[in-house]
Design a protein around this ligand. Sequence first.
Ligand SMILES: Cc1ncc(COP(=O)(O)O)c(C=O)c1O
Length: 436
Amino acid sequence: MKYDPEFLENYWMPFTSNRDFKSDPRIVVRSEGVYMYNDAQERILDGSSGLFCCAAGHSRPEIAQAVYDQLKESAYVPPFQMAQPLSFELARRIAKLTPDGLDYIFFGNSGSEAVDTAMKIAYAYHYARGEGQRQRFVSRERAYHGVNMAGVSLSGMIKNRQAFGPGIPGVVHMRHTWLPENRFVKGQPETGVELAEDLERAAMNYGPDTIAACIVEPIAGSTGCLVPPKGYLERLREICDAHGILLIFDEVICGFGRMGTPFAAQAFGVTPDIMTMAKALTNAAQPMGAVAVSERVHSALMEAAPDGAIEFFHGYTYSAHPGACAAGIATMDIFDKEDLVGRAAELSTYFLDQIFALSDISLITDIRGYGLLAGIDLEPMGGPGVRGLDFQKRLFRNGLHLKMTGDCALVAPPLISERHHIDRICEVFRKTLGEY
Ligand SMILES: Cc1ncc(COP(=O)(O)O)c(C=O)c1O
């Protein structure tokens, strides 16, 4: 057998129980549309868009062709003090989708880098305006902002922080927005708006003029799809405005149509000052992340620098990489041509109805959902995450991929999915839970 433990030994897999995996590997050799195929050529329906990133379906030939053409023409151009044309074009395409006023786009290579970049922009903005004392960040329990040290410091998921030192100083966490009374509520809960007052408390506790920014995922994704209570994001916006605090939305999961709008900011009618994105930006065909910045923030940095000076001492060797830009533009073309955002909006009601219809299963303790994103909590079995891993492996064997976070299954089908794919997700889910 090719995939024996010896063959698998050298690759240290990320966010994986390596020893368990290598004794029972799950290898995917091919993917197309809403399906992946394992090494026995068995079909696995992708119910989580990979890791929320293959919004337009797997392995789109248009994107592969665009990347190939670009790499042949010019595989690399240094992005510092020079540029290649696609970087401008992709930035323009993204700016068409972002909420009005969030028109300046900075590129990196991942969601984690986008979060680092957003934090540095926030520091630099206040510094440029003579408010360099604003160095605190307000984040939230159960937040996930990637794995670089900035994101780890902001993170509210304990396992992602526990072993990695104290992190950057000055991060304050608000309470998360999951409330027991809102179990099995579809969409935005009616109660819980008062949780936003944690930001006001932090401002009063530390001094409003010490806080640089408040960062939240509009829907906390990786912790299990925590949908914000009605009025919650609006209230965060008000508090930020009252105290000169920047509001950052981390839209790495929510962005690019998953909410039935280009970004969650539009779905919830709240515009942040800075927005991070990644994942579906290139349909996962190339690594890329980006930060969208408001005119106010951008011009503060531009105006503070002397003529000819670099305005923001930040960037990556692979910022706006030509291959990633080509993938991004080809992805945006597919979004336009196939109206993927409209499709997501149209499919959402059916999706949520079918997912919430699983709530009769006694092993399910909660379901939350919005747009084409849902979290289904399972009754734990012999310790946190044990059932989650076991269930994920069983699902895979039964032909379905779902991302698990602890004991929560995250359902996020590709935006090209059809109703029968949703039916199949629910059917395999129910059957597999029936194995316990
Ligand atoms: C909200 C959020 N921010 C940041 C990240 C990190 O993105 P990446 O894994 O591309 O670094 C993720 C990844 O899931 C995410 O969900």
